[in-house]
Design a protein around this ligand. Structure first.
Ligand code: GSN
Length: 233
């Protein structure tokens, strides 16, 4: 039997969380090598398998894969979550890239300067409800089917439920003006693999809200404020 895929990442959400979501939604069991200190990350780099000295990395099918998008595309294609032809793939990419933009804003939000937190939060919520969510609401409404591409679950749906839940953590009730997304959420969270991933004790990670956890994260990845501000702008 082939070895289970192995995710190398720090013990938190970050960029690794979408990889966990996609593997879980595909019903693929995976192992994790999670590091919690800068020293453990240094040791992983010394191992020589990280192409760019960056994580996430997934060891799978004899490859050491890096770059989050490359990893996700491989998993989506392998597990039949990446459309049936080039046009469906392009549409999935367009949906997923929008969701990634929103996801990245939330990922970097936790590093906001105290005095800019509210402004950044408002910006993210405005982008979610006025730019991104209306696109997915309209797609579901126009074709009247269960998932973004019709009646077949795809990577775009998995990325969508991940980001919906992230935005709801910032503000509950954020789907109130989006009835189709509410139905979508109810439907997709009942799929057995996803339901299982949402249960306590799964490999899903909690949001990084604790100050101590943030400090650890900054030390591991040597994140200084300049860098963070650049990403928020
Ligand atoms: O999407 C990707 O996987 C890459 N384009 C970026 C990966 C990346 O920046 N990884 C970070 C940790 S994850 N959170 O941001 C990382 O490994 N940083 C250390 C470094 O030296 O860049």
């Amino acid at each position: 039997m082939a070895a289970k895929p192995k995710l190398y990442y720090y013990d938190g959400r970050g960029r690794g969380e979408s990889v966990r979501w996609l593997l879980a939604a595909a019903g693929v069991e995976f192992e994790e090598v999670l590091f919690r200190t800068a020293e453990e990350f240094e040791n992983l780099i010394k191992g020589g398998n990280l192409m760019y000295q960056q994580v996430p990395m997934v060891e799978m099918d004899g490859m050491y894969m890096v770059q989050t998008r490359a990893i996700l595309k491989y998993i989506a294609a392998k597990y039949n979550l990446y459309g049936k032809d080039l046009k469906e793939r392009a549409l999935i990419d367009m949906y997923v890239e929008g969701m990634r933009d929103l996801n990245d804003m939330i990922m970097f939000f936790i590093f906001s300067l105290r005095e800019e937190k509210q402004k950044n939060l408002n910006y993210i919520l405005e982008r979610a409800t006025e730019r991104f969510f209306p696109v997915y609401e309209k797609a579901l409404k126009d074709h009247g089917k269960n998932y973004l591409l019709g009646n077949q679950l795809s990577w775009a749906d998995v990325q969508l439920i991940e980001v919906i839940l992230m935005v709801e953590e910032l503000k509950s009730g954020v789907l109130s003006a989006f009835p189709k997304l509410q139905e979508f959420k109810a439907r997709i969270t009942k799929l057995p693999n996803i339901q299982k991933f949402l249960q306590p004790g799964s490999q899903r990670k909690p949001p990084e809200i604790d100050d101590a956890a943030l400090e650890v994260l900054k030390k591991i990845f040597k994140l200084d404020e300049d860098l963070v501000l650049k990403h928020m702008s």
